[in-house]
Write a protein that binds this ligand. Structure first.
Ligand code: SF4
Length: 497
């Protein structure tokens, strides 16, 4: 009989369902560095826990099996005892059957048996939730429970703070789970057999990223050479495989008569010649960047359980901005604002933003759809500045398409994010020297500063604040330098023609 630590569990079963090789590594190399969660994942787990706790309040009167995570057998025993007490629900109920442990978020007693409720911190039910519920029902029935019904209880995208009475949607998935149950016993047996043997040989494929990104991709996927065909801008994986099969492994190998989109054609030309391609149309594209300009960037937080008026679950709420503004007689002036406490940041942020952009004719953003959404949200949240915010929104101009549709540098590597274009077009300027280097970390750290700031030692809190300010400021400074570079390219062209 497998030991407690080598038995299957719900999460192991789900990994194995994605890939046996992944499960083998998870079980036999639990300390693998790839399994250390990223800050973003840790944040998701923490918010998921909060959602789980909140969900219990929507199925009241239950008993919580409150034991450490690793005490599987004790939790199974405690659950059995709780069942005897006949409470209307058990939270975090644990069961063992078929050498497989499962934890049930909420087990609700019904007139004829039980309902298994799987709580999800997502805004909708997803296909991968079904095998999750199915293995629970299988194990509970194996343990002798009369499971009548299965539900997925997920967050409700229609819910708006402060009314959290409809925070959850309970979806009956009994029929779908009954259908999914058919394959569970064989799959459990196959996984258990596999785990007793050597590392299985599983070819790479679509399953490596579906339903989740496998943490072992670096181990399994071969390193591709620079400018591999898969680096063509937004190319579908299938098309890249076709090109490879036709003998074109890299962009250098592509024949001149291959039919390509305009952006791909520019990328191929730049890579094959080893030189940046600048279209003459860039001049016209830059005409809309009329001074005086403001360069704007927002950072947001995204909370599973909303906490500010009008917000829905997982809404991206702007809580920080940086603006570099061209001001007559003063050159470029920097304005910034960052939320530091748990209260609604939007009124103060909106006021500071309106003030910062007041003299700007155009407001430059990189991928302006995001800034536009943030401003729309601010307009609704802070009606007293709605008009001024609308004016900022109308003046938005996007630097990303100005690059994407007119310029390609071989070092873009198939992408046009500011992290790719900045070091290629403005050598020496990047994000590498910063403590916070990407948006995912910024979101997590902003949340920490706002929600847990008063529990953070002052020195650490000040350092965190500085790191976040530096990151956001780099985004707007990057836009200043990128536009300067693009204008330089246009001037060079005018000299040539
Ligand atoms: S990268 Fe793909 S093949 Fe390798 S373990 Fe992960 S899912 Fe399996």
């Amino acid at each position: 009989m497998p030991s407690e630590s080598s038995r299957l569990s719900k999460s192991r079963y789900l990994s194995g369902l994605q890939c046996h090789k992944q499960l083998w590594w998870r079980v036999h190399e639990p300390e693998a560095p790839e399994l250390s969660p990223t800050p973003g994942q840790q944040n998701l787990f923490a918010q998921g826990r909060e959602v789980g706790e909140r969900a219990r309040g929507h199925v009241p009167g239950g008993e919580l099996i409150d034991l450490p995570f690793y005490q599987y057998d004790n939790k199974v025993t405690a659950t059995r005892e709780a069942l005897r007490r006949g409470r209307p629900a058990i939270y975090e109920a644990w069961f063992l059957a078929d050498d497989t442990y499962v934890g049930v978020d909420i087990l609700e007693r019904t007139s004829r048996g039980y309902t298994v409720i799987e709580v999800k911190a997502s805004n909708s039910r997803k296909p991968e939730h079904l095998p999750d519920a199915a293995v629970q029902v299988h194990v509970l029935r194996g343990a002798g429970l009369q499971v009548e019904r299965a539900e997925v209880m997920h967050l409700n995208p229609e819910c708006r703070y402060p009314d959290l009475s409809n925070l959850f949607v309970r979806e009956d998935v009994t029929a779908l789970v009954e259908a999914a149950l058919i394959g569970v016993p064989d799959e459990l047996a196959a996984q258990q057999r596999m785990l007793e043997g050597p590392l299985p040989d599983v070819p790479i494929g679509e399953h490596c990223t579906r339903p989740y990104d496998c943490p072992f991709i670096e181990r399994c996927w071969p390193k591709v050479p620079d400018h591999h065909v898969s680096k063509l801008y937004r190319i579908e994986r299938k098309r890249a495989l076709e090109l490879e099969a036709d003998g074109y492994a890299t962009i250098y190998d592509l024949p001149s008569d291959l039919e390509l989109s305009v952006i791909h054609a520019r990328q191929v030309k730049a890579v094959q010649t080893g030189r940046m391609v600048v279209e003459r149309t860039l001049t016209k594209a830059l005409a809309e960047f009329a001074s005086p300009l403001a360069f704007l960037d927002f950072e947001t937080v995204s909370l599973a359980i909303p906490r500010w008026p009008g917000c829905r679950p997982w809404q991206q709420v702007p809580v920080q901005f940086s603006v570099h503004v061209e001001e007559r007689g003063r050159g470029l002036v920097h304005h910034q604002w960052i939320a530091e406490g748990p209260e609604d940041p939007r009124p103060a942020l909106a006021e500071a933003l309106v003030e910062a952009c007041v003299g700007a004719r155009k407001v430059v953003a990189y991928h302006a759809t995001f800034e536009r959404e943030c401003i729309k949200q601010l307009r609704e949240a802070v009606p007293r500045f709605a008009k001024e915010l609308e004016r900022i929104e109308k003046r938005l101009v996007d630097l990303l398409p100005a690059i994407r549709s007119h310029v390609y540098h071989p070092d873009f590597g198939g992408g046009f994010s500011i992290k790719k274009t900045l070091p290629a077009l403005v050598p020496g300027l990047s994000y590498a020297d910063l403590k916070v280097q990407d948006g995912e970390v910024a979101t997590v750290e902003l949340q920490r500063l706002m929600i847990e700031g008063d529990r953070t030692p002052p020195a650490e809190r000040a350092a965190l604040r500085d790191a976040l300010l530096a990151y956001c400021a780099r985004d707007t400074w990057a836009m200043v330098k990128l536009l300067e570079k693009l204008r330089g390219l246009v001037a060079d062209q005018l000299e040539l023609f």
